[in-house]
Design a protein around this ligand. Sequence first.
Ligand SMILES: [Fe+2]
Ligand SMILES: [Fe+2]
Length: 178
Amino acid sequence: MSHKPSTSPGYGPPKLQIPCLPILGPYDWGKLLKDIYDSIVAEATAADLYYRLLREAPDQLHREFIEHAYHDELKHLEAFSRLYTFFTGQKPHYTFSPVQYRSYGQGLLLSLESELEAAEFYHEVILSSTDPLVRDTFFLAMGDELEHATRFGVLYAMTKGSPLFYNLSEPQSQGETK
Ligand SMILES: [Fe+2]
Ligand SMILES: [Fe+2]
């Protein structure tokens, strides 16, 4: 009995163009600019979320870990903004929707998930470009996001099961303007 290979989209072999670079295939110019712009929005959104979470941090370890991520996101925001300006000759104009969460613990979980998503996204951009400036800028951020994911994972594990997780407060709808 023979087995046909799966033809379901998403379940086939990864499309890697090894030994050519970039190994995920090159982005077109428009997609790269959109990815840089989306990264700017993501960094601003994360910085705003961490700024609000910091005010609810229950102890020094939580404060230290969240503050570390907050300052890194501001650094990434600056780096991606400079990259955007370098390529377009214009400063990025953007808005973002503040992340809403119903408890400190849920805020930590949303942070962990967004860090993992960002790291995967940046990873994909790196493997889709041969431009050293693009690759280095996204690599700078990707490494930090993986570190943040570890930190938020620890804080979330410490918080799960505590009143900080289950004591649902009003939705946090107000973003901070810095
Ligand atoms: Fe970041
Ligand atoms: Fe991060």
